[in-house]
Design a protein around this ligand. Sequence first.
Ligand code: HEC
Ligand code: HEC
Length: 281
Amino acid sequence: MMSNGCNYRRRMARGVILLFCVSGLVVFSGVSHSEPQGTTAEGTYPAGQLGEVVRLGEEIVRRTSEHPLSKQYVGNSLNCTSCHLDSGRHASAGSFLGTAAAYPAWSPREQRVITLEDRALNCFMRSQNGIRPPNGSRVSVAITTYITWLSQGSKLQMNAEKPLGPNHTPQLNLEEFEPNKQRGATLYADLCAYCHGEDGFGSEDGPPVWGENSYNDGAGLSRVNKLASWLIVAMPLDDATLTTQEAIDLAAFVNDHQRPKFVLSEHLPEDAQLGEYNGKQ
Ligand code: HEC
Ligand code: HEC
């Protein structure tokens, strides 16, 4: 069985980290440890019930595949924080800093204007290979409350082109690069296998990168360009030093493996639970 994200975190020796939001509007500093309590210091969550829901949201983002409120909607062994590093506090690897300020946003994939809630719920169907939780459910409200808290101070600027916030993972321009899977295989064995397993199915130190317990082929990361762009800012964990060519070779190699096939109807809840699905069917 997979262990949870806390084990990975515990292995990471870290001192004081400073994350500067690109917009310059949100500055966080704090000590990162295995049980993060807040962005800046203890007690920085909002007061009262609101703070409790922010805390719950962060807990779900970190332990999505095993938290009692979210695990029923998850179909693999990933957590939101597996890709939205440091529970979305990372400055660029799937950052949630400022994200809420970009919604409602136009989504080319759904061909609809979607809310932050829709965006978070849709990640359950693809990246988490699970079922879309109902709008307004506790899990949905908690996650979006947490992301909104991480966005306080950001300028509201709805995105008319894409459902992406101001600190989304920068997309590499990969046109002049040829992906090479063979080189990717060698790099994987050298730089990645000791955490993600030689077989790619994960270990104590890293989640599965392909196979039944990884993201499905409808997920953003299943596209080579997206994965390469993410890898370059995210992996190897805490030492993201890949060159563009290496990131592309690795992305081509990783995504050349089998993973669950995405069929939308298999990821929508029964009608009574659905509310209104915000996309084309
Ligand atoms: C397998 C990796 C993966 C997992 C797991 C995952 N996501 Fe994502 N998610 C992505 C990628 C890739 C993007 C596009 C982000 C980017 O380009 O910066 C994204 C985008 C998002 C966005 C929009 C960000 C923005 O900038 O507007 C939200 C919100 C989001 N995810 C929420 C979640 C939640 C909540 C979970 C857990 C239930 C989750 N994601 C799990 C990969 C993942
Ligand atoms: C030191 C261990 C370590 C190394 C080395 C490492 N990773 Fe990761 N990787 C992780 C952890 C841990 C996560 C999940 C992040 C979290 O929970 O904080 C992750 C997440 C991922 C993810 C997204 C989630 C998933 O499982 O699909 C991908 C893809 C990935 N790594 C690919 C790579 C590649 C490619 C390399 C080699 C360049 C690499 N990693 C090197 C530990 C590592």
